[in-house]
Ligand binder design. Sequence first.
Ligand code: ADP
Ligand code: 5GP
Length: 202
Amino acid sequence: MEDQGQVFVITAPSGTGKTTIINIVRKNVREIGYSISHTTRKPREGEVNGLHYFFVDRAVFEKMIEEHEFVEWATVYDQLYGTSISSINKELYSGKDLLMDLDIQGAKEIKMRFPESISIFILPPSMEILKARVKKRSTNDKIDIELRMKKAVEEIQRCPDYDFIIVNDDLNQAVREIEAIIIAQRALKKRRFPLVKKLFPI
Ligand code: ADP
Ligand code: 5GP
């Protein structure tokens, strides 16, 4: 399928800086789509329904599961998160590259369904720095922070399953590396060839 966009799955332990990085990459890289997930968790300050997530209650989410509306879904920190088929199809089949922000379960599922997708794991510089970043997000209470730190250790153990590993120490460097991955994929022969054939008699 020559006109199918490339899927980029990004995973990181909560608090690593994934959202910060994705927001910058979305501004800097032309023509990049983003899959907006559904979740049952409550919005954080500044989060907008339909832009960062579709915030729904459990009953709505469960009905969507029953009606097979998700390409993948998972329980993360006791909340439900899922990627709806409709949120990815439009952009992907119009040839647009697509960023997906998924936990380790979702990333595994998408790699199985889209074997050519590119997976990127973002690591924090250290566990201490990760904890400090999680704490900075004031909506998390103490139990939630402990839960996320415990989960972070399990998640980091899965980083060898990913195609690329980025360390988010210096934010600009992490952003540059992710942009380089996306841009390099666009220059791959198999993706450039339709254009080459239009331009030159080969
Ligand atoms: P995630 O989406 O991975 O849960 P966020 O993007 O919400 O994480 O970032 C968590 C906190 O860490 C935010 O306060 C953000 O400003 C901060 N942060 C992100 N990247 C860096 C970095 N490279 N250096 C210092 N602070 C950072
Ligand atoms: P947060 O609550 O911090 O926004 O996200 C918590 C975790 O859920 C993160 O690891 C994030 O990548 C993951 N996540 C967000 N959307 C989805 C989704 O649609 N599916 C899956 N499997 N995980 C998701």
